[in-house]
Design a protein around this ligand. Structure first.
Ligand code: PRT
Ligand code: ZN
Length: 210
């Protein structure tokens, strides 16, 4: 049987849980931090360890058949992929936040303001849906320091505990997107037998956790 490829995050917030999920499915593989690819010895699967940002496109283009990645990254890359399963980890919320002393109250108050984010695509859609014209300042990291530097009136970033907002003198303003890790596949291959077998095992693992 020819094997499939699954893309998971190499290191970061989703790596450990992704590896744990596959191991709980009974898959045996080496998880060397240095290797980019690992072969499962007891199931027809190869594991590719990648930056999370690359996973949606790799799956869309079929370089990997399936992948585990945050919904925020899928939406931001605007790929066309098939959702196989929500995985219940990596939960977070993409939020707009403003400085504690800010007088902005509702979405319409963002009109004409500047918002810093690493998620310009999702934010643009959200603003359009709410019929607000604001300037989006795209920055790749440390978004939360942007208002303090005078670069923006608000930010749009991932929040989980809220600790980062707090320690930067920011408060939540609006929820933009709830996200969690999702198992995705290239479109049209969701009925493949290996994927079906893996899905059954994943669903048993998730049910045992409930
Ligand atoms: O290296 P690579 O590109 O693969 O990883 P990365 O650095 O881009 O992503 P990583 O590992 O930080 O996050 C991977 C995924 O985990 C994200 O795409 C989300 O789907 C999910 N996730 C869950 C989070 C968080 N929780 C989270 N708290 N991603 C980021 N954060 C950051 C957030 O950006 C902010 O800086 O944590 C900070 C806020 O956390 P709190 O707890 O202080 O609110
Ligand atoms: Zn990333």
């Amino acid at each position: 049987m020819s094997s499939l490829k699954i893309a998971i995050q190499k290191s970061g917030r989703l790596n450990e849980k992704s590896v744990e999920l596959l191991k709980n499915c009974g898959l045996t593989f080496e998880n060397y931090k240095s290797s980019l690819i690992s072969t499962v010895s007891n199931f027809p699967l190869e594991i590719l360890f990648l930056r999370d940002d690359d996973i949606p496109e790799y799956v869309q283009d079929g370089i990997a058949d399936i992948g585990i990645v945050g919904e925020n990254v899928i939406n931001e890359t605007e790929v066309d992929v098939h959702y196989l399963q929500r995985l219940g980890f990596g939960k977070c919320m993409l939020k707009i936040a403003v400085p504690n002393e800010s007088e902005l109250k509702n979405i319409k108050d963002l009109e004409g303001k500047a918002i810093a984010t690493s998620y310009p695509v999702i934010l643009k859609k959200y603003l359009q849906e709410n019929q607000v014209n604001a300037t989006i300042r795209t920055i790749s990291g440390s978004v939360e320091i942007s208002p303090g530097l005078g670069l923006s009136d608000a930010i749009c970033d991932i929040v989980s505990t809220g600790g980062t907002l707090k320690s930067n003198g920011l408060k939540p303003f609006a929820d933009v997107l709830a996200s969690e890790a999702i198992l995705i596949s290239k479109n049209g291959i969701e009925h493949n037998g290996i994927i079906k077998e893996l899905m059954q095992r994943i669903q048993s693992v998730l049910m045992a956790k409930e």
